[in-house]
Design a protein around this ligand. Structure first.
Ligand code: ADP
Ligand code: NI
Length: 220
């Protein structure tokens, strides 16, 4: 199959799977990550475009959060889809390798990514976790999980293992400290780092205003 036709049919497949999803992992998240990834790849030298685009499109298919924490569902679904499209085994392995390693696993865990394509897609995904969209997605996810917005009595925890991070039921504001504010220093590419700096400052300003309103310090 032609590269563009493979990308287009993959986009249609992902759209049909994730359209209308309500926790911030919907088709439009994929669409933004796909755009971010194409932009970063255009600014950095030497990435394989097809691998980047397929991994960006397929990265949240079968997400562990929606399969009782099972991290093997996603890569298996990606492999099944690509095999159905008669894609080469090399390309399947590259894309599955990226999807397997993409997820944020807690503050004290590493985000090693062995390939440039993987680093680009991880940066692209993480850019969509911060800034205005990141804030919106985080509260959407918290609502989906019935979490409190904020509870001053429950401090954030910097998890150093994935199981503890995954099972957290803390209020949504804690997620800023447990993940979102850590992401700018974990960007791999200079292109994503520059974008992340701006989105990071926007989240800091949001939190400052949030606490001012919460504590009524903006009233008196
Ligand atoms: P990754 O793509 O790095 O695996 P996730 O899929 O875990 O990240 O999370 C994607 C987004 O979902 C987060 O950036 C956040 O907006 C939201 N989210 C995930 N876990 C939580 C949580 N515990 N509390 C609030 N929002 C969350
Ligand atoms: Ni994602």
């Amino acid at each position: 199959m032609q590269q563009q036709a493979l990308i287009d049919t993959t986009a249609d497949y992902v759209k049909s799977q994730l359209e209308g999803e309500g926790s911030g992992h919907d088709w439009w998240h994929i669409f933004r990550v796909w755009n971010n990834a194409r932009y970063i790849a255009s600014q950095e030298q030497g990435a394989d475009q097809l691998t980047v685009e397929l991994a960006a499109l397929l990265h949240d298919i079968g997400d562990h959060k929606f399969h009782d924490g099972d991290e093997t569902v996603g890569p298996r679904m990606v492999r099944a889809w690509l095999e159905q499209q008669s894609v080469s085994e090399d390309l399947i392995q590259s894309v599955c390798g990226i999807v397997e390693q993409l997820s944020f696993k807690g503050a004290g865990t590493s985000s090693a990514m062995p390939t440039l394509e993987g680093r680009i897609v991880q940066d692209a995904d993480r850019l969509d976790a911060i800034g205005a969209i990141g804030i919106a997605r985080t509260f959407a996810y918290g609502g989906h999980k019935n979490r409190e917005l904020y509870n001053p009595a429950i401090p954030p925890v910097l998890h150093d293992d994935f199981a503890a991070y995954k099972s957290s039921t803390a209020p949504t504001v804690n997620h800023f400290y447990e993940k979102l504010l850590l992401l700018k220093d974990r960007m791999h590419t200079p292109t994503a780092r520059a974008l992340a700096e701006k989105r990071h400052r926007y989240m800091e300003a949001f939190l400052e205003q949030f606490y001012a309103e919460w504590n009524a310090t903006d009233l008196f």
